[in-house]
Design a protein around this ligand. Structure first.
Ligand SMILES: [Zn+2]
Length: 437
């Protein structure tokens, strides 16, 4: 079967939607169908586990070339230091070519982890215009779905904010032509503590104009809350609510330090929250209790790769450390919520399921569990016996992206990895020339 074929039968896989009992899965023209398509090729999935593709609820593809970068010029003492000394130098070092390479390799490594949709939060202050087009090219090369945005912020002055707004407007307008069926857009913002009221109003106008939600970090660290109350006399979440930004499709990244009242507001407004436990641990910012953040908690990696098996396991152990009753099923709920978010953005209610009519976003795993996998024990199997290294095949809208662990030819995987390895030292050299923000 070649990479352009989106009609096939997956033979004998143990389907998650059938309680991990063996059942064929039929795909015709990119969608799951009930009956076998005539003369379609078959893929042997006997003994394998068949799941709907994973959805990564919050990431930063721009950080895909960061691993191994030079140490910051001084030791970060707190979260604002981490931003100032590390991430706000890395993102300023990106040019458009680096944005595309970073997006392509990050998106491709996500596919290798079984991700079929990712929600990205992009920043490249020295190369804003055209950056979302560059990220789109990268994501389309990997061939998965992307929900993209630019992190609008006032941290680079009024010109930087205006450029972020203009890039977003241009990108969302361009998406209307339908030439990017696997790409959707949001309005993005860095975080309330780098967004003044005028810019927030302009952000809300863009959300209205394009009828999309807002993707923003909120209360990742105590800084966001402290600065909002000092400068605006309100909490960061209240500022967003007052601006009309807690709306359909909005994603709050982190929400570690939200008050009980703010958490209840999340539920009332129906917004989504991205839980990123590894990032929160890495940045020493505290623990976001997922059980208190309303019904729409997704799982993100915040740019620490795209391995949702590892992230789900981290979420489980962090949850257990905080609450002995934290249940493995909660991790599955987060993954399901991420799928529901993708289904809403793509206007495909069945996306993220294996039901007839659903777009065929499908992952095949080798079954490495030493015990029988069942519907009842899957949440625990996911934590204790599964890993991204078991991902064998990945299909997006029926197109094979990974077959028997081999990349689809159009990915040009060897060339992509070689380009990324050449690009990374160039990025790091540019970064070293940038003083702390
Ligand atoms: Zn983030």
């Amino acid at each position: 079967m070649d990479a352009t074929n989106s009609t096939f039968t997956l033979r004998g896989g143990r389907r998650a939607d059938r309680g991990f009992v063996a059942a064929d899965l039929h795909v015709a023209h990119g969608r799951i169908v009930a009956a076998p398509p005539l003369g379609a090729p078959e893929v042997d999935a006997r003994g394998c586990l068949v799941l709907p593709g994973l959805v990564l609820g919050h990431t930063h593809l721009y950080s895909a070339l960061s691993c191994g970068m030079p140490a910051p010029p001084e030791r970060p003492c707190d979260f604002p230091d981490i931003l100032r000394l590390v991430w706000w130098r890395l993102d300023r070092a990106l040019d458009l070519e680096l944005c595309e390479t970073s997006a392509a390799v990050g998106a491709w490594l996500a596919v290798r982890c079984g991700v079929t949709t990712l929600v990205d939060h992009h920043a490249s202050p020295a190369a804003i215009g055209g950056s979302l087009e560059a990220v789109t090219r990268g994501v389309e090369r990997a061939g998965l779905r992307g929900v993209l945005c630019y992190e609008i912020t006032d941290r680079n002055g009024p010109e930087g904010a205006a450029a972020g707004l203009a890039e977003t407007d241009h990108f969302l307008t361009a998406l209307r032509d339908g030439r990017h069926p696997l790409i959707r857009g949001l309005v993005g913002g860095h975080a309330p503590f780098t967004l003044g009221d005028d810019t927030l109003r302009a952000v809300a106008d863009l959300c209205d104009k394009h009828d999309v939600g807002f993707h923003v970090h909120v209360s990742e660290d105590t800084t966001d809350d402290r600065r909002a109350r000092a400068d605006y006399g309100r909490s960061p979440l209240t500022r967003l609510d007052d601006a009309g930004l807690l709306r359909r499709g909005t994603i709050i990244g982190h929400g570690v330090h939200l008050s009980g009242f703010e958490r209840s507001r999340l539920a009332e407004r129906g917004v989504f929250v991205a839980h990123n436990p590894r990032s929160n641990q890495n940045n020493h910012v505290g623990y976001a209790v997922p059980g208190t953040q309303g019904p729409n908690v997704m799982l993100g990696t915040d740019g620490i790769g795209a391995d949702l098996f590892a992230e789900g396991q981290a979420a489980f152990y962090a949850g257990r450390a905080h609450d002995r009753d934290f249940d493995a099923a909660r991790v599955q709920q987060m993954l399901e919520t991420s799928r529901r978010y993708a289904a809403e953005r793509f206007g495909e209610p069945l996306l993220g399921t294996l039901e007839p009519g659903a777009p065929a976003d499908v992952v095949v795993l080798d079954d490495r569990s030493p015990t029988p996998v069942t519907a009842g024990n899957w949440p625990w199997q996911f934590i204790f016996t599964q890993s991204a290294s078991a991902v064998r095949d990945v299909y997006v809208a029926g197109r094979p992206r990974l077959l028997n662990r081999v990349a689809a030819p159009d990915v040009r995987e060897a060339e992509l990895l070689a380009t990324a390895r050449d690009a990374a030292p160039r990025l790091w050299a540019r970064l070293e020339a940038i003083p702390p923000g």
